[in-house]
Design a protein around this ligand. Sequence first.
Ligand SMILES: NC(=O)c1ccc[n+]([C@@H]2O[C@H](COP(=O)([O-])OP(=O)(O)OC[C@H]3O[C@@H](n4cnc5c(N)ncnc54)[C@H](OP(=O)(O)O)[C@@H]3O)[C@@H](O)[C@H]2O)c1
Length: 289
Amino acid sequence: MEKIGFIGLGIMGSRMAMNLQKAGYDLVIYNRTYEKAQSLVENGATWASTPGEVAGKVNVLITMLSTPGVVQEMTLGEQGFLHSLSKGSLWVNCSTVNPSFSRETEILSRPHHVRYLDAPVVGTKGPAEAGELLFLVGGAERDKKEVDVLFDSMGKKTLHLGAVGQAAAMKMLINQLLAQSVAAFAEALVMGEAMGLDQATLFDVLTATPVVAPVINALGPKLKKGDYEANFPLKWIQKDLHLSSISAYECGVAAPSLNAAKELYAQAKQQGYGDKDFSALYAFLNHRE
Ligand SMILES: NC(=O)c1ccc[n+]([C@@H]2O[C@H](COP(=O)([O-])OP(=O)(O)OC[C@H]3O[C@@H](n4cnc5c(N)ncnc54)[C@H](OP(=O)(O)O)[C@@H]3O)[C@@H](O)[C@H]2O)c1
């Protein structure tokens, strides 16, 4: 089997890379913080000291980095990989970025003869670990087909949504609905408790109605225990809302409730909740001096 490059080994990337290893792939990996890559190296992955060094050793490269700015830095920065990928290589960007960034990135890849897929994922730490992510893919069908086998090793389903940028567009919508659903429920929970209803009753009654999003059932145990160890860091959902807001502006659509949610998460981040799970928005809203 050919060697696969993997850059960005945080909460999601480390688990996705682990599943590629389990499927028998030889990996060449890079992460800013080496410690997060250690178990992959112990399992046989080749460590590269720069993103460019990864690119020089592979024909397929997966990135799972935090923000568009970081993707840009890892791509075209001083130690970036775009110059080092060989002609005809395929770059699969799984990081959550906005559609226009994805399209611009694909255009920047063309002079290097690098093919580009945007491939954001739906699902958090648990599904990443279990190999049960949903991959949303934008780009050429033949490029997707070439790496379907990799998507199958990391996920349970892959959807081809059209040209580069269309997968990022769908991902924007999913995360804005996620953020808004959690914000609405957290606000109702705080208000219900303030009106004298106990938390268990609120969960039981509200989640049995069709007005509460199903994702609240998945977050219930964390919310009830006040366990805010990050599966999905709050700072990244706030980043996604910002990217959605950019997308709304770019396509000429007003998105008032999206922008209200964005500012709510921004306030929580400002108050120190950024590295906690995004469900900690409830703790932020519930905080009283
Ligand atoms: N967690 C989720 O539930 C989830 C679900 C779907 C999609 N996503 C998306 O997946 C991507 C990764 O998320 P994550 O949850 O895995 O986040 P994470 O644990 O914070 O990992 C972020 C990755 O980006 C790297 N990075 C950050 N800043 C950097 C910089 N300045 N220079 C170089 N590398 C840098 C980190 O390196 P270090 O290890 O050195 O910090 C790490 O590899 C994000 O786009 C996120 O929106 C997350």
